[in-house]
Design a protein around this ligand. Structure first.
Ligand SMILES: [Zn+2]
Length: 283
């Protein structure tokens, strides 16, 4: 499932083929994805210029010249495929339509952007640009982890006294938007904090150090995505999936990589999600 860095990578990959360009033709091939698609979606998108592509949490927001904003959520298996443009050393012709190509945008300068989603947990919606913050999927989101509102004072005050494991507290989208299981595991490992500790029982200094580590882990992943982007686009025109070098995530039973630690990465299940951690480093 794509997390924030993957979504940011997709957004950056779409920028050169969408931003500032008119959607010459939008095709919508089914009435719904995870939710019903908006009324007359193809007509409302066809002829609109994409003024900017933003990201909020794991959602891509395309602000349009029509005063509406298109929300795109990749869900579990959604992919954005780019074809018909010069990408690095290779030229991609439009591939033959695939079974799960649900929404297709033909852009002004010849690129085709295809939303393909076999499992259809993805979503798209249209709303007035001025009302994006009130959209049901966005309204209750906490601050962006890479934004200024997410700082040490905010996190400490938000978690003070909370009798929730720190892992669950950081996954709570109302506390911070867009952090998922993988990156919370990696952050807590770098912070040396046991994921099972109750948030309200962690010393203030240890809670505060989570904030710069969140930024660090996400920034590294976004940088890795950026470097993989070109390779992926050259490979098959697909954006958004690549491997990161995780230190604990999905590494159960493997030795801890911290210098001087003889620990083994462990896994526990919390709220139905796997938490990976080093019992030696994280207390
Ligand atoms: Zn360790």
């Amino acid at each position: 499932m794509p997390e924030l860095p993957e979504v940011e990578t997709v957004r950056r990959g779409l920028e050169p083929v969408m931003t500032g360009q008119i959607i010459r033709l939008a095709q919508v091939n089914r009435p719904d994805l995870r939710f019903t698609l908006p009324d007359r979606m193809a007509e409302r998108l066809t002829g609109a210029r994409v003024e900017q592509l933003r990201r909020r949490s794991k959602y891509i927001l395309a602000d349009l010249s029509t005063g509406e904003t298109l929300l795109i959520h990749l869900g579990m298996s959604g992919r954005m495929l780019v074809s018909g443009v010069q990408l690095g050393a290779f030229h991609h012709d439009h591939p033959a339509p695939q079974k799960h190509d649900h929404v297709v945008f033909d852009m002004e300068r010849g690129a085709r952007v295809t939303f393909n989603d076999a499992r259809r947990f993805g979503a798209m919606d249209l709303m007035p640009t001025a009302a994006t913050d009130a959209h049901p999927l966005l309204a209750s989101l906490g601050p962006e982890p890479l934004g200024n509102a997410f700082d040490e004072d905010y996190l400490f005050n938000r978690l003070k006294g909370r009798a929730t494991p720190i892992k669950a507290a950081l996954l709570d989208q109302r506390v911070v938007a867009g952090l998922g299981n993988i990156y919370v595991c990696e952050v807590l490992y770098r912070a040396g904090i046991d994921p099972r500790l109750l948030a309200g029982q962690i010393e203030e200094a240890r809670l505060r150090q989570i904030v710069p580590l969140v930024r660090e882990v996400l920034a590294e992943a976004i940088a890795a995505g950026g470097s993989s982007l070109r390779d992926y686009r050259q490979a098959d025109g697909e954006l958004g999936y690549f491997q990161h070098a995780f230190r604990v995530y999905d590494r159960e039973g493997q030795p801890c990589s911290a210098p001087g630690c003889a620990g083994t990465i462990a896994r526990v299940v919390q709220s139905g999600r796997s938490s990976y951690f080093c019992p030696g480093c994280q207390r």
